[in-house]
Design a protein around this ligand. Structure first.
Ligand code: GLA
Length: 335
């Protein structure tokens, strides 16, 4: 592979080789358009969508592994690790999973059998090649009254859908590290719910090995204090922590402006400081925090373009839209 654009620059993952893996989420397009950047600066990959239920298992007796296999192959050729994402989630799961022959809701036992078959086939296929899986994604509710969000999984199976998913995954690959993954993970109220959930799983002897902090953050939120508190609280459960979907949006949540065609210099300088503070914090906890994955690799492609504000570009990553290192990268590798 021609890595000449980056030659001479310190590899991002090398710069953190004593602390954690450095990953990026990829898709079929970026696996091609960002291949040199990925192979040079990152040593771990996550499929942005290609390992989700709807992509791998569109109909009961049909599995489609081509795209996921391409990601696995890219990782293998380039000596990278792979984090699997994600086995059980309320989104991007096809309708057939929850339906019976007459189109009504499937019964509990059948749904568990389907879950088991899915996990067994998917985790089994990549056994020994995917070292960590996000087993359950986003089961905890954001609203204050409830602990778990309402979803077809929860409504049909009850809260046991979570422990079952971990048990099935553990059976399928006893060596794989199994994670519970969620967003708003550093917001105190939700943090406590995630903590309670995972604590109860551990107490029941469920095979869970880590908590994934999605880390979809911005220039000021959540505060460093809240992030540190979340890391300490989760780590107190004796589990590994992964940062699984990191990006630093240049817009505050309330900011809906759509007039910018490039980031302001103030935004870029705040982002440099923010990244450097965040990684300093991660390094303090590198005995428990063993992987940091970005939700993308460079600003030419980010899920935050057009979301949550249509017609607005964002610049949340360490490499710019030409895939060249930003100030944030330079600050991190020269720390
Ligand atoms: C959540 C999911 C990811 C992805 C993002 C949005 O965080 O875990 O898989 O869908 O939303 O891109």
């Amino acid at each position: 592979m021609d890595n000449s654009r980056y030659e001479g620059s310190l590899k991002l993952h090398k710069s953190f080789s004593q602390q954690f893996l450095i990953g990026a989420a990829v898709n079929m397009k970026t696996l091609v358009t960002q291949r040199e950047l990925l192979a040079y600066h990152f040593n771990s990959l996550t499929a942005e969508n290609e390992m989700k239920f709807e992509r791998l298992h569109p109909a009961e007796h049909q599995y489609t592994f081509e795209d996921a296999d391409r990601i696995m192959n890219f990782a293998k050729v380039n000596g990278m690790q792979v984090r699997g994402h994600t086995l059980v989630w309320h989104n991007q799961t096809p309708a057939w999973v929850f339906e019976n022959e007459t189109g009504g809701l499937v019964d509990r036992d059948t749904l568990l059998e389907r879950m088991k078959a899915h996990i067994n086939t998917v985790v089994g296929r990549y056994k020994g090649q995917i070292y960590a899986w996000d087993v359950v994604n986003e089961a905890v509710s954001d609203s204050s009254e409830e602990q778990l969000r309402s979803s077809k999984w929860f409504d049909i199976v009850g809260e046991e859908f979570i422990s079952k998913a971990f048990e099935y995954a553990h059976e399928a690959d006893p060596e794989a590290l199994l994670f519970y993954n969620d967003y708003n993970e550093s917001v105190p109220e939700k943090r406590e719910k995630i903590y309670r959930l995972v604590k109860s799983l551990k107490e029941k002897g469920v095979p869970i090995h880590g908590i994934g902090l999605q880390a979809h953050w911005n220039l000021s939120h959540p505060s460093l204090h809240d992030i540190r508190t979340a890391i300490e609280r989760y780590a107190s459960l004796g589990l590994k922590l992964h940062i699984t979907e990191m990006d630093v949006s240049v817009f505050e949540f309330e900011d809906k402006r759509t007039d910018l065609i490039s980031p302001t210099s103030e935004m870029m300088s705040l982002q440099e400081d923010r990244y450097s503070q965040l990684f300093q914090l991660f390094c303090e906890y590198s005995n428990v925090l063993t992987s940091v994955t970005f939700w993308g690799a460079a600003d030419d492609y980010t899920w935050l373009d057009n979301f949550p504000v249509r017609g607005r570009k964002n610049w949340p990553l360490l490499f710019d839209k030409e895939q060249l290192p930003k100030g944030s990268y330079h600050k991190l590798v020269s720390r």
